[in-house]
Design a binder for this molecule. Structure first.
Ligand SMILES: [Zn+2]
Length: 99
């Protein structure tokens, strides 16, 4: 498949927004590389913003941050509360499926 077509289909694993351009597309190590996370079975497509937002946190740590934001209705940068809710759901799913 043409690379540009492929990019059009890329959806962020965490927020499910479409990644609009190549520059906005990243690969996230679900278990952080800085903590020893490997490549195999540990990489998801995600948008640049979510990658920055998650940073070097584990999924559990990131989930706690997102939960607090939702609890106190703290929108974060370009993230609406609805979008934070989507992220929470997808983190939950990932955590559940990886056990
Ligand atoms: Zn995202």
């Amino acid at each position: 498949m043409d690379a540009s077509l492929y990019r059009l289909k890329v959806v962020c694993f965490y927020c499910k927004r479409k990644v609009k351009n190549a520059g906005g597309f990243t690969r996230d190590h679900v278990f952080p590389k800085s903590l020893g996370g490997e490549d195999k079975g540990n990489i998801v497509n995600c948008c640049y913003e979510c990658n920055q937002f998650k940073a070097d946190q584990t999924l559990s740590q990131w989930l706690q941050v997102v939960e607090v934001m939702l609890k106190y209705k703290l929108a974060y940068q370009n993230y609406s509360l609805a979008l934070l809710g989507t992220i929470r759901k997808n983190i939950w799913n990932k955590l559940r499926n990886s056990k």
